[in-house]
Design a protein around this ligand. Structure first.
Ligand SMILES: Nc1ncnc2c1ncn2[C@@H]1O[C@H](COP(=O)(O)OP(=O)(O)O)[C@@H](O)[C@H]1O
Ligand SMILES: [Mg+2]
Length: 460
């Protein structure tokens, strides 16, 4: 017995199937001598029985047999344990069916008469092939595991560091400030922190501080009592209270007005909220994760963000790098989005050509991962063949170059600016009147009017 064929210290199990007793004896003797654990079946039926009992590393079967033939055995193996290689033995003259068998997934076939050494080499090759495949699957799984954290994909050093940080951040009770350009995955990270934290069974509530007029935002956050303002017909709990035991995600926290900053600070300090118009405060246990694409330190310098609030929020600062600084993540992200959008539209996931990928790697990605995701989504929707090539991407990239800034946010800003201008025009420049119509304080209106106009392509 030689020392070669062992898997995990155990002999490799081969199932030998043949109607011919002499052949079975010959193969059994030879393969046992080679160190394999051989089990024989004298018919297809018997082979199927064996297959359902124990897993085999390899099956060697005659092709032409009474009853269930070699093809039947092959199909059964592919059904029960698709990774197990099957070697078929054919008599001269049944080559066509042997070729058919290869199509069905047989590893190889040997034509009678063959040398035993030939069988040995074929078995070794099949086992090597199987080992490589298993290795590949294992590697891919490992890569998947290592290059992703929940839904967050990333192999760059910065993202890997982030993946290491998230569990620790999740376990702590401290507030978190996630900073980074729009579309870098801040909300995704906030969710990952919440859903890996002891608070995961409690709510994760997001609120976008840039999306609502001040008064509405205030009552959203803190709630209000009946009659607190016109239209407050019933009292309503705010999101801070609703998030009890869980996490409140304050998105675009840099857009919070100074007066709301002061109110929020009080909640963080006292751990209680008082609804708008209410007299009593309610104790709350909420973790705050804030995010912004603004430079809060600069805003502190300019007097538009409170430093005391900053330090309460940024107990754990989590900076997220822009996509252009971690382009090694791009191919993985593209792969993921190709699959995601192909699946959503019931298509097979297309491949992306090298040239197309090269083109993507050259883009500035001012809208970061969100922009990349949009481009891939559009390409998948319109792609015709199994491969997306560079020319199919160009239209979407050109569109992206024409309006390079983060679509949603800048559009909203521009929208807001345009609307304010219109209201001012209507009121003949009367700011008090305009502020009333806009539902914001005069101070906020001044702040909005004074904030600098972004040059084209400027990122906040
Ligand atoms: N690392 C990432 N892996 C997978 N998807 C991502 C990643 N970063 C961002 N995305 C996707 O990009 C989009 C924008 O992410 P989001 O968290 O909303 O960004 P932000 O809050 O920073 O603007 C979402 O669809 C998100 O799923
Ligand atoms: Mg966001």
């Amino acid at each position: 017995m030689n020392d070669a064929p062992t898997a995990m210290g155990e002999a490799i199990k081969i199932l030998v199937v043949d109607n011919d007793q002499e052949m079975v004896d010959l193969l059994m003797e030879y393969l046992s001598r080679e160190g394999y654990a051989v089990i024989a079946a004298k018919s297809g039926q018997e082979a199927l029985g064996r297959l359902s009992e124990v897993p085999f590393d390899m099956v060697v079967s005659d092709l032409k047999m009474e009853g269930i033939d070699g093809m039947g055995v092959l199909k059964a193996v592919k059904r029960v344990c698709p990774e197990t290689p099957v070697i078929l033995i054919t008599a001269f003259g049944t080559i066509e069916s042997a070729i058919e068998a290869i199509k069905e997934g047989a590893f190889h076939y040997l034509t009678k008469p063959f040398k035993l050494g030939e069988l040995k080499v074929t078995i070794e090759r099949a086992l090597e092939h199987k080992r490589l495949r298993e290795e590949n699957v294992r590697l891919r799984r490992e890569v998947e595991g290592r290059y992703r954290f929940g839904n967050i994909i990333g192999r760059s050093r910065r993202m890997q560091e982030l993946f290491e940080l998230i569990p620790a951040v999740a376990a702590s009770v401290s507030n978190v400030l996630i900073t980074g350009e729009s579309g870098t995955g801040k909300e995704l990270i906030a969710k990952a922190i919440h859903y890996n934290s002891p608070r995961k069974e409690r709510p994760f509530l997001p609120i976008n501080c840039a999306a609502l007029p001040e008064q509405l935002l205030e009552s959203e956050l803190f709630g209000h009592v009946k009659g607190a303002f016109t239209g407050a017909y019933v009292s309503r709990k705010g999101l801070i209270e609703e998030a009890e035991g869980g996490t409140l995600f304050l998105d675009e926290v840099g857009d919070l007005s100074l007066s709301l900053q002061a109110k929020l600070l009080r909640v963080l300090q006292e751990k209680e909220v008082r609804p708008v118009g209410g007299r009593e405060s309610v104790k709350v246990d909420v973790r705050f994760i804030a995010a912004t694409n603004r430079d809060l330190r600069r805003m502190i310098g300019e007097g538009t963000f409170r430093d005391d609030l900053y330090y309460r929020l940024a107990v754990i600062p989590v900076p997220v790098p822009p996509l252009r600084e971690r382009l090694e993540d791009l191919p993985l992200l593209v792969d993921r989005f190709l699959k995601k959008y192909a699946e959503a539209s019931g298509k097979a996931a297309p491949e992306i050509s090298q040239a197309a990928l090269g083109l993507l790697l050259k883009q500035p990605w001012r809208g970061n991962v969100r922009e990349l995701e949009n481009v891939v989504e559009a390409a998948v929707a319109l792609s015709k063949g199994p491969i997306i090539n560079a020319s199919e991407l160009t239209p979407f990239l050109l569109a992206a170059v024409e309006k390079p800034s983060e679509e949603l946010l800048v559009t909203l800003r521009e929208l807001e600016r345009g609307y304010i201008a219109k209201v001012l025009e209507m009121t003949g420049g009367n700011k008090k009147e305009a502020a009333k119509i806009l539902g914001i304080s005069r101070k906020t209106l001044y702040r909005k009017l004074l904030s600098p106009i972004d040059p084209p392509g400027f990122k906040r």
